[in-house]
Ligand binder design. Structure first.
Ligand code: HEC
Ligand code: HEC
Length: 293
């Protein structure tokens, strides 16, 4: 009885080993870059937030025909460790950094010489197309309406759920007065994000594929859609303009609050200390009187 029941078991084990061996040999057969990810996916996840291919500068320069501006050896080196190349004082690097208003490209996780070469090939191929899939987000220049702003606030607050199921922004961010009481603190306040990232197109493209650790982890599988990004940008612009108006009165309020607070504090301390001084002095005085006697 025992031998026959063992048979299927052995067969399953044989199958498992075969599967294991074949997947190992598959892994070995592919070059590192392809194994990690296809260049297009890699670019979408790690580069698109700052670069277009043929769509103009956003946070970083337009990469169309970059290999004709600069040699591949330099670019491959640069991709490995942008900061080291920037700090080397190389004239081309200095010019790039000036044009980027001082922003230095981060070292992208998983970058190897093979990945860099595959990416440069990919950028070359995309540069030859009439329109690259990475030409960037085309966002309208028209002024946003109050309808856009209201829709954006609802998305931000989670009153209208995000289509792909991502968590609402307010769980981690505040924006102007939205979420000022009880908004999340994990992410930065977004009121001034235009100034940091460089305007409507930059922030919009950034949101299509965030490359920072938390945002990427949260939105890689549940990306925002362009018809959600537009109203979100409207809400951000609205908060920024209200923020500027509020700034001057906020400064006065801050001063008054600070001044009032200080006076109140002094008054409280004064009362406390009056008692304390008396309590210290009286026994001393009494002691001296006693000593004099
Ligand atoms: C956070 C924004 C950011 C991300 C993400 C980013 N870059 Fe950059 N990149 C820059 C900036 C800014 C520069 C300009 C040089 C500098 O200031 O560091 C630059 C420069 C470059 C250059 C040289 C451009 C030229 O005109 O010579 C290449 C090539 C490049 N990046 C490719 C990539 C690739 C490929 C990725 C993804 C693996 C990527 N970058 C991700 C911001 C970014
Ligand atoms: C789970 C928490 C979380 C959620 C939800 C979240 N964010 Fe973020 N966000 C962060 C963190 C943390 C950062 C800082 C960078 C990083 O670590 O990713 C950030 C950074 C950002 C930035 C860049 C800010 C800067 O100054 O560079 C923008 C823009 C942004 N988030 C927009 C949004 C929007 C819009 C939503 C909603 C659709 C959202 N975030 C939802 C946590 C979150």
């Amino acid at each position: 009885m025992a031998p026959s029941s063992n048979k299927p078991h052995a067969a399953r084990r044989g199958q498992g080993i075969f599967l294991l061996l074949s997947s190992v040999s598959l892994l070995l057969a592919f070059p590192a870059a392809a194994r990690a990810q296809q260049p297009a996916d890699y670019f979408r996840q790690n580069c698109m937030s700052c670069h277009t291919i043929g769509g103009g500068r956003i946070t970083g320069p337009d990469l169309k025909e970059v290999t004709q501006r600069k040699d591949r050896a330099w670019l491959t080196q640069f991709l490995q460790n942008p900061k080291v190349v920037m700090d080397s004082g190389d004239a081309y690097a200095l010019q790039l950094q000036q044009e980027a208003r001082g922003v230095v490209m981060p070292t992208v996780p998983g970058m190897t010489p093979d990945v860099a070469r595959a990416l440069l090939d990919f950028i070359d191929a995309e540069s030859k197309l009439p329109k690259s899939q990475f030409a960037g987000l085309t966002i309208t220049d028209r002024p946003f309406t109050s309808v856009d702003v209201a829709a954006g606030r609802n998305l931000f607050l989670g009153k209208r759920p995000l289509a792909n199921g991502g968590p609402s922004c307010v769980s981690c961010h505040t924006l102007g007065t939205i979420g000022a009481l009880g908004g999340g603190r994990l992410g930065p306040d977004l009121t001034r994000v235009y100034e940091r990232l460089g305007g409507r197109k930059s922030v919009g493209t950034w949101l299509m594929a965030p490359a920072t650790p938390t945002m990427q982890a949260v939105f890689r599988k549940t990306p925002l859609q362009s018809d959600e990004i537009l109203p979100l940008l409207a809400a951000i612009e609205d908060a920024a303009s209200k923020g500027r108006q509020a700034d001057s009165s906020a400064q006065v309020n801050f001063f008054l609050l600070g001044f009032g607070g200080m006076m109140l504090g002094l008054a409280v301390l004064g009362t406390l200390w009056r008692g304390r001084f008396q309590a210290v002095r009286r026994p001393l005085v009494r002691g001296e009187e006693r000593g004099a006697r």
